[in-house]
Design a protein around this ligand. Structure first.
Ligand SMILES: [Zn+2]
Length: 117
């Protein structure tokens, strides 16, 4: 599969916090931040730990997130409202599949050096 993912440097005046688009852990947003772009669409910001991990280990973090997401089906089934029990697991599995696909694409990234916009 061809990967069109790239890291992009963004400079913004506001600071704050978001969740990393790879590992879903809290990500401090400073004035200079790195986002993951799929073609030209931003998928979200990347935390410092994922940046330092590099593509292979960052992909492993995404896969761990996929496993944790998938485990919600098993662990959370009893908490799903009865009338939603059929489709919630399907949505969760679709999301976990998306994460596994993302992990595969991140792992194949040949450049981990952010480009300036
Ligand atoms: Zn992260």
């Amino acid at each position: 599969m061809c990967t069109d993912l790239k890291l992009v440097v963004r400079c913004q005046d506001d600071v704050g916090q978001d969740l990393c688009c790879l590992c879903a852990r809290p990500c401090e947003l400073v004035t200079v931040r790195i986002s993951l772009c799929d073609d030209d669409a931003s998928r979200g910001y990347v935390c410092q730990e994922c940046l330092e991990a590099g593509p292979r280990r960052a992909a492993a973090r995404v896969r761990r997130r996929a496993r944790e997401t998938r485990s919600l089906v098993r662990r959370g089934r009893r908490f799903f409202p009865p009338r939603l029990r059929q489709w919630i697991p399907e949505i969760i599995c679709d999301y976990a599949n998306y994460l596994e696909t993302l992990a595969g694409r991140v792992e194949k990234m040949t450049s981990w050096v952010p480009a300036k916009l």
